[in-house]
Design a protein around this ligand. Sequence first.
Ligand SMILES: C[S@@+](CC[C@H](N)C(=O)[O-])C[C@H]1O[C@@H](n2cnc3c(N)ncnc32)[C@H](O)[C@@H]1O
Length: 471
Amino acid sequence: MADQAPRRSGPAVRPPAPRPGSGKAAARQEIDPARQAAYEVLKAVRVDGAYANLVLPAVIRHFGLDARDAAFATELASGTLRRRGTYDAIIAACADRSLRKIEEKVLDVLRLGTHQLLSMRVPDHAAISTSVNLVRTKGTSGAGNFANAVLRKVSEHDLEEWITRVAPRKPPSRYAEVAFSHPVWIVDELRKAVGESELHAVLAADNEPPRVTLVARPGRSTVEELPGEPTPYSPYGVVLEGGDPGAVPAVKDGRAGVQDEGSQLVAAVLAAAMVEGPDERWLDLCAGPGGKAALLAALAGERGAEVLAVERQQHRARLVARALAGSPGVLGIVTADGTAPPLRAGSFDRVLVDAPCTGLGALRRRPEARWRRKPDDLFTLVLLQRQLLTSALALTRTGGVVLYATCSPVTAETDDVVSSVLQGRDDVVLEDARALLAQVPDCDGRLPGTVQLWPHRHGTDAMFMALFRKV
Ligand SMILES: C[S@@+](CC[C@H](N)C(=O)[O-])C[C@H]1O[C@@H](n2cnc3c(N)ncnc32)[C@H](O)[C@@H]1O
């Protein structure tokens, strides 16, 4: 079991130099901005319910971090949030009081210190002294000594040794919860989806920062024009070789974008499905913020078709408008409820339902999501997913296709939604989406013809796809 537990190593982001000091005022001056920035991200997530990936750019700007410090702060904040479950178990074993009795801001600094000690290449003395200084500026008197004592104990073992010490061997879900830092209910959902033999590999993949992939929108830019190696499966992608993706000229002017390779494949599958007769009107029923709509519009534009993008939330519809600006192949953007949109039944040739879902297949890129999501979310989402898919089928003409996609592998929102919507209908069949991804190995979904991508197998988000045809 422990063979796949994370190793002591870490991303090659060089730490800012520590500046020793003592006393609250001195400590305030001595803390480097990169560590302060990471602390502010954790605070925003804890206090304001912020999303780390959305708040990070603003915090980095606020502290005026250069590229090296920005990379350090990003890894420190994101890695700490991902690994919180493991670190809390370790901190609990090192503290003389229960976690509940530790001030939350002090606990956040301890988590940051633990991440530096166990998962980043920060020397022990630097990780401890900067954390103690940070605590002195944030906590009550005595917090500095407490943090010093806890982190010194944390530094006595590496991550693997700590996991052996603090993760209960049984039951297996409790072991995985601590060793791989996922709530038990998510461990159980992922086990149902991937099986026991690959469970630890999926959980471990969720703890790795995802590589940044770019998409060249066909007819608007080319893979050759983008900096990086071509992605293995998507003909439109490159793995960014480094630096700020927003600085790439084609990204800057919207001809290319940042998009997971799995998401690129979703758009590619919908566009590749065989459709007899007219192929002019495409629909993206859940379009915000517009990544797939932008790729679909480029693909549609190349063959004289057009995409209509529907999104329920106004601010996300505005993001769709921004993503589609200047693109050919755009029919329009409508802010509406996709379960009952003001559109004519049977009037589309290809429809995408990229459904709102738990996002449990994209935990790598949403560091705090695993702690926010609750099992009850599934019930609400599944109901909505069924309604959206049913609505999409009603909007599709006979002979047309609907692609149902989620960035979650959870059975309830993938297979079960597909099966329940098919039940009792003789005007819809499940088609072979898998055959449209011949270049992708090991991506069979559990239902015949469906596709399931995985971060540990494909390096993509765990996208699910099921292709329907109206007959
Ligand atoms: C998984 S995201 C779609 C991502 C998008 N396709 C992309 O690639 O950028 C799901 C979207 O569905 C929207 N949504 C949720 N309920 C909806 C509804 N009833 N009708 C239309 N859109 C809805 C959410 O606001 C969210 O923007």
